[in-house]
Design a protein around this ligand. Sequence first.
Ligand SMILES: *Cc1c(COP(=O)(O)O)cnc(C)c1O
Length: 373
Amino acid sequence: MGFIPVNEPLLNGNEKKYLCECIDSGWISSEGPFVKEFEKKMSAVVDRKYGIAVSNGTAALEVAVQALGIGEGDEVIMPTFTIISCAMAVTKTGATPVLVDSDRFTWNMNVDEIEAKITSRTKAIMVVHLYGLPVDMDKVLELAEKYHLKVIEDAAEMHGQTYKGRMCGSFGDISTFSFYPNKHITTGEGGMIVTDDEELAEKCRMYRNLCFQKDVRYVHNEIGDNYRFTNLQAAVGLAQLERLDEFVAKKREIGAYYTSHLRELEGLILPVEETDSAKNIYWVYAIVLGENIKLSNREMTKRLGERGIGTRTFFWCMHEQPVYQKMGLFQGEHYKNAEYLARKGFYIPSGLALTREQMDVVVEELTAIVKGQ
Ligand SMILES: *Cc1c(COP(=O)(O)O)cnc(C)c1O
């Protein structure tokens, strides 16, 4: 068998058909009709009134933070263990991320640590649902109400997931998605902001498009970006969205298959299958090496790579990022669980195009490494 990539998307629905419609009609830019249709359908799927499609999930976070008016002197509470997009969206505005550690079991931010981090400068809580299970939203929403904080929900890995029966992407003031090829639905690159607040939605549209004014074109009152989303991306997105339920089911199948074949292997901490608020949707199939395994995640991913298996290590903590250390942020801070995950966590091939045969090879090679170490 050839190399097994860490992720391969499935594009065998109506993607080609809708893309051909773009080309035949000449509508390829952000002005094309699929963009609005995709915004409407995606926001409806996650129970939001407005959707604003942007060029990627990072841009979605940046625009969301900007639209909430967060800036210099403000603090935003977020997990240290997350993708840097979350922190960058905050630091770019001049605001400061304030970090919390991870929960040992779900790997999401430990919501019990949030309250102690709230100060008079705190403006928002940024929740990030990681790897397939949602953050404990009840607690976050309760704190947000008590202290009058905004909630930004990064649902980049959560298309189709629910928390206590409510759609992820529907919580707090504003939520964001990514459509990178390793997400449950993809547009190559792409992202979306969703909200129920009309005014926020209007601001997002403005920041997405260079802060053009509606009536007087080329006269600008604020700084924005060109984060527009193209009709070509929307064409792919619409075709992908048609299959969201199927894709989530397939991811759960992949998760269940790996778990049933790796469960007996000693030393691996496998993803939690279910909490009292959700069933895992396995954004990717993530594994943490137990205390008795000497290998680091970097060594493990290297060894798997040598055996023809594509993997990735977990995110690296925000408080350990050289760029933030250089900026004088997070000096002397430590977060035990997050640091452990960043050193011991990795994920194995789990894209939607993955086959049973490929999974069997992954299990076999991983088992051999763990037993032989
Ligand atoms: C993928 C991802 C992003 C960033 O999305 P891009 O489209 O790659 O910019 C943000 N947050 C989380 C949690 C992600 O997994």
